[in-house]
Design a binder for this molecule. Structure first.
Ligand SMILES: [Fe+2]
Length: 207
């Protein structure tokens, strides 16, 4: 596949296990009330573009990789004053997500290969590392830049951080990508989101 994936599209000609298809539907229901559900859904869609033969646990990992944020008590990031690549915050976020998602899979009757298999790639989704981690990071970046122009613009408009800091987030999500072949998809989404942010900020100044 060499084009933007359809919403929740699955690769043509690939047979996926009944366990994967069942858990995917249950995960869609879990992330329905989550504020960034589109980003998570698209991360799984993009995973299957980057790696149409990705192991099934990697598709589930992409789909749920941020969901510790839906469980109260997690780490919080001071957007105005903390660097986007802050090691302490990102480590706490990724490791907690690995635990939360793995536990959810166990509670939903997933096979051990899924329960165990999602952990390392979710822990690596911000910085990459292993081949699976690099795929996760790339799918996360492309999807974030595709889906979250409004979210990042909103941070600046509400004063949660400066316009410049919002732009730095978008640039970081692109520049961190370790999987070289993923960059051509991420770049136009980054440019579009930065353009949206700058236009919104300029419009605010005129009011
Ligand atoms: Fe994410």
């Amino acid at each position: 596949m060499d084009v933007e994936p359809g919403w929740r599209a699955l690769p043509a000609g690939r047979e996926l296990s009944p366990e994967l298809l069942r858990l995917r539907e249950e995960a869609f229901a879990w992330l329905e009330p989550y504020y960034d559900r589109v980003h998570l859904t698209r991360a799984a869609d993009w995973m299957l573009v980057l790696a149409p033969d990705a192991p099934e646990h990697l598709v589930l990992a992409a789909l749920m990789h941020d969901l510790e944020r839906s469980v109260p008590g997690g780490p919080s990031l001071d957007k105005a004053n903390t660097s986007w690549d802050d090691l302490a915050y990102n480590t706490a976020h990724t490791h907690r997500s690995a635990e939360v998602v793995s536990g959810w899979l166990r509670d939903h009757g997933a096979p051990p290969s899924f329960v165990d298999g999602v952990q390392q790639p979710i822990r690596e989704h911000e910085f990459g590392g292993s081949p699976e981690g690099d795929l996760m990071q790339a799918a996360d970046s492309i999807s974030f830049l595709e889906a979250n122009g409004d979210l990042v613009t909103g941070w600046a408009l509400r004063g949660e951080c400066t316009v410049q800091k919002s732009e730095e987030k978008l640039r970081w999500m692109y520049e961190r990508i370790r999987l070289e072949r993923a960059r051509r998809w991420a770049l136009p989404y980054m440019e579009r989101s930065i353009d949206q942010l700058r236009r919104a900020a300029a419009g605010e100044q005129q009011r």
